[in-house]
Write a protein that binds this ligand. Structure first.
Ligand code: ADP
Ligand code: MG
Length: 387
């Protein structure tokens, strides 16, 4: 890991430190419902303060549509929560950075939502200059945004004298690299969910590394189409069928196990049935994998040395279609292999059906996690690499 500039190896004694965190916590009626992301950032924040540095923190929060202040997306409640956790005053700065650069007058300042700033999502240079002004060190610590070339995740580093990776980001990179560079074999990838084209691209890359693949959700349906099964009205992407066929062919050539579902749970005019895949008819909607498939997948999970999981295998939010995902969650948690899970819905599924602590590593970033698996160099990671 000595090719990264890490916060712990950077002299920040008494310096002005600009920190990018991912404080994008879920809320309901302006109340934080889960503060895990805030808690995950605390070690980096406390480390910086322990070095007598002055700290300014940036984060995005939700997806404000206007690109200007919207009360619903204000980070003020997050400043209050950080303050409560670290038992220190956190100054909350409402004046946009575009109007006033950080001055590091307070020990710790949280700035208002970066996505209220014009130029943030386009990675604007003049905004980046304003962000970086007066800072000695920029610390990137937000893995979930590393795949974005936003002003506060990428461009800002052009104008900060030093850029390094915070504790949380380094932990994430180290874990993912370990798994990727020396996975305990066999390496199994479980890919499900709804984002078909993104995930098929990931599979296209993963095929060079894995020994077995389990598919579910819309991905499995697209593979079924690629194997000439009908999927009725199920979620699938016709334009990706050729890609699915290519992956099936590659898997055969490389001797990679890629079992397709044998049976599925379908809905048709409010009727729910378990069917063999060859019996799917027009208007059937596949919403989960069936019990025979679950059993087959369970065996692969038990045999795996390393398991990489992204994407539920069914519409697990509804109890009638939760079995497949529940079985996977339980098997992955029980497995002796090293398990890694990423993706918003995947993590919700693990929390719902099993104990998240039994997953060896939970990646915080959905999109970034997938891009990392694809082998892409993420802009937010590139900036902390030593030249
Ligand atoms: P993640 O957030 O873990 O990356 P995705 O966002 O790609 O996962 O997909 C999760 C969604 O996929 C869930 O809301 C789930 O209901 C849906 N899903 C899973 N299987 C199916 C299916 N067969 N048909 C339609 N939607 C599905
Ligand atoms: Mg999702």
């Amino acid at each position: 890991m000595n090719y990264y500039n890490e916060l712990v190896n950077t002299d920040i004694q008494g310096r002005n430190v600009l920190l990018r965190e991912d404080l994008n916590v879920p809320t309901e009626n302006r109340e934080i419902v889960n503060d895990e992301r805030i808690r995950a950032a605390i070690p980096t924040i406390e480390y910086i303060l322990s070095q007598n540095a002055k700290l300014s923190i940036l984060s995005h929060f939700g997806r404000p549509k206007s690109g200007a202040f919207e009360k619903e997306f204000s980070l003020k409640i997050v400043a209050e929560r950080i303050s409560k956790i670290i038992d220190k005053e956190v100054h909350f700065e409402e004046i946009p950075i575009s109007e006033k650069s950080p001055d590091y007058r307070n020990e710790i300042t949280l700035y208002e939502n970066t996505r209220f700033l014009k130029g943030e999502t386009t990675g604007d240079d003049s905004l980046a200059k304003k962000m970086a002004k007066n800072c000695d060190v920029f610390v990137m610590d937000a893995f979930g945004t590393c795949h974005r070339k936003h002003c506060s995740t990428f461009t800002v580093s052009k104008y900060s004298p030093v850029t390094c990776g915070g504790l949380l980001l380094m932990e994430e990179i180290k874990n993912l690299e370990k798994i990727f560079n020396q996975p305990k074999k066999p390496l199994l990838a479980i890919i499900g969910g709804a984002k078909i084209s993104t995930k098929l691209n990931v599979l296209r890359e993963l095929i060079n590394k894995v020994d077995a693949i389990i598919v579910g959700g819309g991905i499995a349906n697209t593979f079924l189409l690629g194997s000439n099964f009908s999927v009725g009205n199920s979620l699938s992407e016709k334009s990706m069928v050729e890609n699915a066929k290519e992956i099936i062919k590659l898997a055969m050539e490389k001797n990679i196990q890629l079992p397709l579902p044998l049976d599925v749970v379908c809905e048709n005019q409010k009727q729910i049935n378990i069917k063999k895949v060859e019996d799917i008819i027009e208007n059937d909607i596949i919403k989960d994998i069936g019990p025979k498939t679950s059993l087959k997948y369970k065996k692969l999970i038990e045999e795996a040395g390393t398991i990489l999981w992204n994407g539920p295998v069914g519409m697990f939010e509804k109890s009638s279609f939760e079995s497949g995902t529940k079985n996977i969650a339980v098997s992955v948690c029980k497995s002796k292999g090293l398990s890694i899970a990423g993706g918003g819905d995947t993590i919700s599924a693990v929390q719902k059906f099993s104990n998240i602590d039994e997953i060896d590593y939970v990646s915080t970033g959905g999109g970034a996690f997938l891009k990392f698996l694809e082998g892409e160099e993420l802009p937010g990671i590139k900036i902390i690499k030593k030249l």
